[in-house]
Design a protein around this ligand. Sequence first.
Ligand code: T46
Length: 133
Amino acid sequence: MSLIKIINFPTIGDERGSLIAMEAKDQIPFNIKRVYFIFDTQKNVSRGFHAHKDHQQVAVCVSGKCRMTLDDGKKSEEVWLDSPNKGIFIDKHIWREMHDFSDDCVLLVLANENYSESDYIRSYDQFLKITNQ
Ligand code: T46
């Protein structure tokens, strides 16, 4: 089974332009407790390099693009987030990395929990121990 779970957001368009709505329990498979976005990422910078113990997230580049790799401890897959109507669901216990941010990239992330540093697994060795036990 693929680690890349794409969510295609319907684009509502008319002569004025486009609009995308993201609603909990409709396009988003959880109740949204937190929204954050990553922008102005410097050249040749990669981010992520962690997994979450419980948190689930949906990520979408609402502007520009970046390459995301997901890893479940057994295999790694990558996807370009390159359209505002293309989101990915990232489950708990998935190691994520974001690379190759375009200058105009705005990566929007919806999360099912408030921020908590104790939910992060920031050591890849610890991640492998948890996922392979
Ligand atoms: C994830 C990927 C896709 C907060 O104070 N509140 C927040 O809601 C978040 C997300 C972060 N922070 C603080 C924690 C750090 O001191 O902001 C700083 C940067 O966070 P971090 O280094 O974890 O950022 P990324 O880009 O590596 O990872 C982020 C999310 O943290 C993470 O959950 O899945 O984006």
